[in-house]
Design a protein around this ligand. Structure first.
Ligand code: RP5
Length: 165
């Protein structure tokens, strides 16, 4: 199976990255994670992106906060799908990173998920991989079914609780 590339702009992004790692582990998807910054280590970030296809990656998830140009910088250097995760910063509550990540000019796409949306980024990456992997597609379907069953169980429990109040 091809790998998912994870790139974060700073180690301070790790709590959001961990949400993605948890999903990838649950779905048994191999990944490789790095700290490469678009402004602090631009050469390393570009080199990773340029070699990503040849190195067996199917797509790259890029995590960054504040003036978050990492996902765009990665996308500029590969034609693999790039998923951007805007990370919440200390001043604008993630709105800065959201706009920086989502507002890519035409020609270089970044599929942007919600602020701090690490789990959805991993699920989207898994869905991309599942196009050529029926077993992964089956694991994704079972995960959705389990999530739906958990909600229906909560619903039944709520009805019981409310009927006793
Ligand atoms: C971005 O700046 C990083 O992705 C991080 O979200 C933010 C702050 O970085 P640190 O100052 O915590 O290293 O480049």
């Amino acid at each position: 199976m091809k790998k998912i590339g994870i790139v974060m702009g700073s180690k301070s992004d790790l709590p959001v990255v961990q949400k993605a790692i948890d999903v990838l582990n649950e779905l048994e998807i191999p990944f490789e994670a790095h700290i490469y910054s678009a402004h602090r280590t631009p050469e390393e970030a570009a080199a990773f992106a340029r070699a990503a296809r040849q190195n067996g990656f199917a797509c790259v998830i890029a995590f960054a906060g504040m003036a978050a140009h990492l996902a765009g910088a990665i996308a500029a250097n590969t034609t693999l799908p790039v998923i951007g995760v805007p990370c919440k910063g200390p001043v604008f509550d993630g709105m800065d990173a959201l706009l920086s990540t989502v507002q890519m000019p035409s020609g270089i796409p970044v599929a942007t998920v919600a602020v701090n949306g690490g789990a959805n980024a991993a699920l989207l990456a898994a869905e991309i991989l599942s196009v050529g992997d029926p077993e992964l597609a089956c694991r994704l379907r079972k995960k959705r079914e389990a999530a739906a069953a958990a909600i229906l169980e909560q619903d039944a429990q709520l009805m019981t609780e409310l009927s006793h109040s």
